[in-house]
Design a protein around this ligand. Structure first.
Ligand code: DAT
Ligand code: MG
Length: 139
């Protein structure tokens, strides 16, 4: 089933000039980048995006990190794209991430972990709509 997921290449990765290397892992995994934009996230955008984590102890740190440098927001398309991209990303904590995953290859630690990917098709739709209009996605 072809579906779409939402991805962010985070500030720790853009800072180290890793956008191209991460995109290569994404494309090699059979996912198509159907929308992409480099932005500086505002405080309001980051707070809203991570609203579900508002009660977690790391929320403030997370919002600060996500607004600390450029990010690349993306829409990925492919067969079972949501689950597929979660596999390609690897575990949240890079110490637990499998070999060959983006987080194993590039993440610095559990907070500065290089990429975001939606955790369900429903959340993917919500997240995509926060950053892209339909006409900006070219499948
Ligand atoms: P994921 O990004 O794998 O979906 P998540 O949704 O549980 O993970 O958390 C969102 C982000 O919050 C995660 O990518 C990095 C940060 N985070 C999660 N757990 C953390 C922790 N224990 N300490 C610091 N940051 C954390
Ligand atoms: Mg998550």
């Amino acid at each position: 089933m072809t579906e779409r997921t939402f991805s962010i290449i985070k500030p720790d990765a853009t800072e180290r000039n890793l956008t191209g290397k991460i995109n290569a892992v994404i494309e090699d995994a059979g996912l198509r980048i159907v929308a992409q934009r480099r932005i500086r996230m505002t405080d309001a955008q980051a707070k809203k995006f991570y609203e579900v984590h508002a009660e977690r102890p790391f929320y403030g740190e997370l919002v600060e990190f996500m607004t600390s440098g450029p990010v690349v927001v993306q829409v990925l398309e492919g067969d079972n794209a949501v689950a597929r991209y979660r596999e390609v990303m690897g575990a949240t904590n890079p110490e637990q991430a499998a070999d060959g995953t983006i987080r194993k290859l590039f993440a610095k630690n559990v907070g500065e972990n290089s990429v975001h990917g939606s955790d369900s098709a429903e959340n993917a739709k919500i997240e995509i709509a926060q950053f892209f209009t339909d006409d900006q996605i070219v499948g």
